[in-house]
Design a protein around this ligand. Structure first.
Ligand code: RNT
Ligand code: ZN
Length: 422
């Protein structure tokens, strides 16, 4: 392999000059990019399996397809795989963990009994990687979620169990945030809903509101834990009615001062979350994003550099929202190498942010203000072919990770040496 460093450096010098002509500072863009963490979802590494029991079936209307060999079977394997992925991704990121990834030392600990101690392994690992962490109660893949209802369940005993799970998870979130010195975003998503048309849409929503209020009753230091709630339009088995709909959670987050989580796959197929960011942030202090890629439905495909991904990044950057938006990934593909899935999706998210940071925004804003819409459209299209890839390669080099396609061979090697032996 030829040493690409000299040509990458030369290309960067030319690109930097070109961006300078348009009033864009490429060095500054890279400095800003470096400070944006992406929260990597642990669940891409093992098909949302978790470590509670070897044979637990995935519930909650979530579906992972594919049987690519080599999925992580233990916390150590999952952490090893994450380390491999992180070594191929520029910048400092975060880990997004589900409660079902608890380490209970072989003991059965039900979800309402979980404690920070069960996550010490993860916290120590994250500290070693100088990473922050985010957290999620797991309201699915559990016998008490089998009939499709959790926090809105009509049976107060089952509802109470899940309320307790929510409460202990917030405390775990706070312990994580305190230990790592950066707030942990603890995100509530529940699968509750009906396959077919209900006659009572109101009751479950009233129960969910009450259950959430119970979960959030204990005040926690926002320097340690931030609460988020995630809305959804439909799921497998909840096609006709989802209790925690968009309107439900937008209202709840605004009224109760919680973060709203927008998942890119949770709306009508032609509806986009990029357009929602500037509306929601008028009424809600902070947002959590679950960046995903739906194909025809909420299929959770690996994130790629689509128009919508670019639009999401543009909205965050243009709006000056970086301090108010937490960016997380949410997809699960078991049909390809899972480490590569993390690397592809995360690198694409970072590329989209870089593109947004390199936008000749002053020029575009002036054209819009002047009503020069022909020139605005022309300039938007010209901006797409500016030499941003030269800045991307240089950024990878600067951050000590492979530039261009060089990372693929490293994943192949890892598959040969580690994954294929599982
Ligand atoms: C499900 C939600 C939720 C899950 C994860 C595993 O539709 O998007 O965020 O994907 O909690
Ligand atoms: Zn999600």
């Amino acid at each position: 392999m030829p040493d690409r460093r000299p040509s990458i450096e030369a290309a960067f010098r030319i690109a930097k000059e070109r961006y300078g002509e348009l009033g864009v500072d490429a060095e500054r863009a890279m400095d800003l990019l470096r400070a944006i963490p992406i929260s990597l979802h642990c669940w891409q590494g093992d098909d949302v399996g978790g470590f509670e029991s070897a044979d637990a079936a995935l519930g909650g209307g979530l579906a992972v397809t594919g049987n690519y060999p080599g999925k992580a079977r233990t916390p150590d394997e999952l952490r090893g795989d994450l380390e491999k992925a992180l070594s191929l991704i520029p910048g400092k990121h975060r880990l997004n963990l589900h409660a079902s990834y608890a380490e209970t030392g072989g003991r059965k600990v039900d979800r309402d009994q979980l404690e920070p101690a069960h996550f010490e392994g993860w916290i120590a690992w994250a500290r070693g990687q100088s990473m922050g962490m985010d957290f999620n109660p797991t309201f699915f893949s559990h016998p008490k979620a089998d009939d499709g209802f959790t926090l809105s369940h009509p049976d107060p005993e089952i509802r109470g169990f899940w309320v307790e799970h929510g409460k202990v998870c917030r405390r775990i979130g706070a312990a994580i945030g305190k230990a790592l010195g950066t707030p942990c975003v603890t995100n509530v998503w529940i699968p509750d809903g009906f396959k077919d048309v209900p006659v009572d849409r109101k009751g479950p929503r009233e129960r969910l509101a009450g259950a959430l209020d119970e979960i959030f009753a204990e005040p926690l230091d926002p320097r340690h834990n931030l609460d988020a709630v995630e809305c959804k339009l439909f799921g497998i088995g909840s096609e006709s009615y989802v209790v925690g709909s968009h309107e439900f959670y937008l209202g709840y987050a605004a009224a109760r001062k919680k973060l709203l989580c927008l998942d890119a796959g949770h709306f009508h197929p032609t509806e986009v979350i990029s357009d929602k960011i500037s509306s929601v942030l008028l009424w809600v202090e902070e947002l959590l994003l679950h960046v995903s890629r739906g194909v025809r439905w909420d299929s959770d495909h690996v994130v790629t550099l689509t128009d919508e991904l670019q639009a999401i990044a543009q909205e965050i950057v243009r709006g000056g929202y970086l301090p108010r938006v937490h960016i997380g990934l949410d997809y699960f593909d078991a049909s390809i190498n899972r480490v590569a899935a993390w690397v592809i999706g995360t690198r694409c998210m970072i590329k989209a942010l870089l593109l947004a940071l390199l936008e000749p925004i002053a020029i575009l804003r002036r054209l819009e203000a002047d009503g020069s819409f022909t020139q605005r459209l022309a300039m938007q299209e010209e901006a797409k072919t500016l030499p941003w890839a030269a800045v991307w390669d240089y950024y990878c080099l600067r951050e000590g990770v492979p530039a261009g396609e060089a990372w693929i061979a490293e994943v192949e090697r890892y598959e040969r040496d580690v994954l294929s032996r599982r």
